[in-house]
Design a protein around this ligand. Structure first.
Ligand SMILES: *[C@@H]1O[C@H](CO)[C@@H](O)[C@H](O)[C@H]1NC(C)=O
Length: 391
């Protein structure tokens, strides 16, 4: 079992099963695939977004909008745009709820998203919607509808989730975990919001370790403390972060960064429902390619199989191995926890954290969620089954 899960489980709207019931697993459609993708959208800017299906036969597919974005409007492309690439980009009327599932008529399977009027982008994605593709499959060429694919309408910088802690006295839903929560029976002040600038940090959160419970044999902290990401980082839209980055600004306030804990599990990402419900966790450890000694740093973690993520075997007798693309992708599909290590040193330390963000790759690099991972992995509990929740 995974440790305490701090992000609340949000209601998942993708509409496929959790993997508990084998008949649901058997019903999973792995061909064709409506690929998860992201589209960057600026304020007050109608934006053309490309839907991308995949079918092994390379047949033409029909694209259907399954759900509409919760805010803003979705349109078909205009005849003008289809012929000349010119404005207005969108058809006169938005796609309406009663028209769902809506067959996309643009032969290049593009649609236009118009964000809510006069609203500034936030640190997070605007919203998302789902679509499916229909294609003839098999010798009988029966039309098969794919599972829903997710289209995330990110902010103009590609951000899906983010916290810049700019609101006064607000940790933006972040918390701390670990040994420091109680000091002499009194809850420690734990996480504090700092309403000033300090180097590149401005309006940031600060975590302070006031207790040390060292294991005297090794001098390693027995229970380390972590910054725990808010619920806004535990949403299905994170799926399209594969190939993108998790970034944050960090600076040691005090502490002896010459005496470091070991190992240093700097970033942990967990998915409770992954691996057929057993749970899965990836960890980016400090290693020879990644160091931090308390100086102000804008740290960047590549959400990709080449990002040197370790896959936790969840078995203390087994060794960590590097996570595969589908292990990482599966975890990003249903993240239940993101934690950033605070407890770097063997003594006490104070750490400032700011500008945490999860960004997707640019529109031109989309879809970057690996196709084979959306097709599913062989299930450990039944090798005859293939399903994404088995990744
Ligand atoms: C996502 O995880 C939650 C538990 O954290 C689970 O209840 C839910 O069914 C999962 N969703 C999918 C689509 O697997």
């Amino acid at each position: 079992m995974l440790r305490a899960v701090l992000c609340l489980a949000l209601e998942r709207a993708l509409g496929f099963g959790t993997g508990e019931i084998s008949s649901e697993l058997l019903n999973y459609v792995s061909n064709p695939i409506a690929r998860h993708t992201a589209c960057r959208v600026a304020a007050n800017s109608p934006t053309v977004c490309l839907l991308e299906g995949s079918v092994t036969t390379n047949e033409l597919m029909d694209y259907y909008i399954l759900t509409l974005p919760e805010e803003g409007l979705l349109y078909e492309t205009s005849p003008n745009f289809r012929s000349f690439g010119s404005a207005p980009l969108m058809a006169p009327e938005p796609i309406a709820f009663y028209q769902l599932p809506f067959l996309v008529t643009d032969p290049l399977h593009q649609v236009v998203y118009v964000p809510p009027e006069n609203k500034w982008p936030t640190q997070s994605a605007w919203t998302s919607f789902t679509y499916a593709v229909d294609a003839p499959v098999g010798t009988e060429r029966a039309m098969v509808r794919s599972e829903p694919g997710l289209v995330v309408l990110t902010n103009p910088d590609g951000q899906i989730s983010g916290s810049d802690f700019s609101l006064a006295n607000s940790a933006d839903g972040w918390t701390m975990s670990g040994q420091l929560e109680v000091v002499d029976g009194v809850p420690s002040q734990g996480l504090r919001h700092m309403s000033h600038s300090w180097g590149g940090l401005s309006n940031y959160i600060s975590g302070v370790d006031e207790v040390q419970s060292l294991d005297f044999a090794t001098g390693i902290d027995l229970a380390k403390w972590y910054f725990e990401a808010s619920q806004g980082f535990c949403k299905k839209e994170l799926a399209v972060a594969y190939g993108g980055y998790l970034r944050f600004r960090v600076r040691g306030e005090y502490g002896n960064f010459l005496e470091l804990n070991d190992p240093l599990d700097w970033v942990t990402i967990e998915c409770e429902s992954c691996d057929s419900g057993q749970g899965a966790r990836i960890v980016r450890f400090i290693d020879e390619t990644l160091r931090w000694v308390g100086d102000e740093t804008y740290a960047e973690f590549y959400l990709h199989e080449n990002g040197r993520w370790s896959y936790d075997p969840l078995n203390s007798a087994a060794q960590f191995t590097y996570a595969t693309s589908c292990q990482i992708a599966a975890i990003l599909t249903n993240v239940s926890r993101i934690a950033i290590l605070g407890d770097f040193t063997r003594g006490g330390e104070g750490i400032g954290l700011d500008d945490v963000t999860v960004v997707s790759t640019g529109t031109a690099e989309q879809p970057s969620y690996p196709l084979e991972c959306q097709q599913g992995c062989i299930c450990r509990h039944n090798p005859a089954m293939v399903h994404p929740t088995c990744c």
